[in-house]
Write a protein that binds this ligand. Structure first.
Ligand code: ZN
Length: 160
């Protein structure tokens, strides 16, 4: 069976950056299961997997534009430290969710001054060229329930 829209696809993957540094990796005992063509994975990655069959291995290199976006300096802003008064001590590296004009955004603290905190709203992988090493373990039909939910149920997918 070929990978096509609404098929359940089970993959092993390793994600590295351009230097071969591992960013993310599926565990061999818990491969990732997703529903093709439903926005579960990056569209460019699903595009590269389209038509592949069980046992296929592929290397997919995605430019930042096809991954998590280019790094945008305007998303690094200084905000009053008062905004963090409920948090306690604010330190670089801390992550917060904030409600912004585009929904919930993940912010990372990159600097702390006396009265202000510098936060970066870029995705942690913005500006990174993504190298995916993917092996297709299984391709199967989705159940009616999986199609209704837009994601895979059971091992490697959602449990609810
Ligand atoms: Zn579901």
């Amino acid at each position: 069976m070929n990978i096509a829209k609404d098929k359940v696809v089970v993959i092993d993957y390793t994600l590295t950056d351009k230097d071969g540094q591992v960013i993310d990796k599926s565990d061999p005992s818990t491969p990732l299961a997703y529903l093709q063509g439903n926005g579960n994975l990056l569209p460019a990655l699903e595009g590269a997997l389209e038509g592949k069959v069980q046992g296929d291995s592929l290397n997919v290199v995605l430019a930042p534009e096809d991954g998590y976006g280019v790094h945008d300096d305007s998303k690094i802003v200084e905000v009053p430290k008062d905004m963090f008064k409920d948090v306690g001590e604010v330190k670089p590296g801390m992550r917060f969710q904030a409600r912004g004009p585009h929904g919930v955004e993940l912010l990372c603290v990159v600097g702390v001054e006396e009265n202000t905190v510098k936060v970066d709203g870029n995705h942690p992988l913005a500006g990174v060229t993504l190298h995916f090493d993917v092996t297709v373990r299984e391709v199967r039909e989705a159940s009616a329930e999986e199609l209704a939910h837009g994601h895979v149920h059971g091992p490697g997918g959602h449990h609810h």
